[in-house]
Design a protein. Sequence first.
Length: 347
Amino acid sequence: MANVRLSAIKKSFGKTDVLHGISLEVASGEFVSLLGASGCGKTTLLRIVAGLESVTAGSVEIEGVEVTRLPPEKRDIAMMFQSYALLPHLDVAENVRFPLRMRGIGGREEQAEKVKAALETVQLEHFADRRPRQLSGGQQQRVALARAIVSRPKVLLLDEPLSNLDARLREDMQVELIEIHQRLGLTTIFVTHDQEEALSLSDRVVLLNAGKIEQEGTPAEIYSQPATGFASNFIGSANLLPADIVAGDAGPMAKFSDGQTLQLGPDERVRGPVSIALRQEDLSLSATGDGPKAKVRTRVFLGARNRYVLSLAGEPLRALTANDVEFSNGQSVTLSIDPQRVRVLPR
Ligand SMILES: Nc1ncnc2c1ncn2[C@@H]1O[C@H](COP(=O)(O)OP(=O)(O)OP(=O)(O)O)[C@@H](O)[C@H]1O
């Protein structure tokens, strides 16, 4: 059963249309990410689910009940933001108890038990008496998470909750979020502009572009079968090269503007002017061999790997290689790629 159902949601601020008719179902217990560039409308959509923003058209249902016009406190949801907004004068336990008090859930004893359980979930049970300023950024974030889950809401809404954390802490919190989600099974909608975060955390990724759903699917589907040039570009930094499809001895080939060709899989059906999407991690480079040639423009040292920026038919092309593969600027290198890994997108 769908836990959250959004039907044809439209939202305008004055004359600016921000959401253009979004329909989306989130199943009970599912972890769905809304992924998209800044300004595409992710936060607005989340705030509409929360009841913090009205809709211009469309409806919101939670567990089969229409809540479109209900205020936030009448919806069984909890939301956690990038700025975690803990109350500085209250200790950790009181901060976590706050939503229970506001909603009048349970007596003192029951509330204390729920607070203890929530703090245990985020492994902060020994910090109950501290004030927020006595905690690190990551710990404060976990208090905010405990506060969001303490009432076991039907739906947990997370708006870029990890973006204030440094890289290491962020990775730890991602793992923690996955584990908490597995343990509690809360229906979760997670907003992020970080594709890696969306792919690693979610059951399903919804890619938004300018107020519309561009593509939705499992992380593997979104990553390996981007349906549009936008999806391909946004996810996994693919290279997009204009080409035509021509017939070759071993099946269809992509022909670039300089006449060079690249073998495609035998089942490739798209014809006409296309964009060829090549993931930088799928490309192999060698000094000799058959295959299209590209010129090395520059090398970026990334520690364990090198990124080469190349030029093919006048287009920039990026390739990730092991760090023991070395070419010099201006050198001509041969590209190879598994034909099955080449995506052909209509142009
Ligand atoms: N209250 C408001 N009044 C007018 N315009 C708004 C309001 N809230 C959002 N917008 C506009 O709506 C568009 C979408 O904003 P939104 O915050 O939903 O985007 P986002 O995808 O979450 O971006 P970010 O990742 O930067 O937070 C933006 O162009 C923004 O300027």
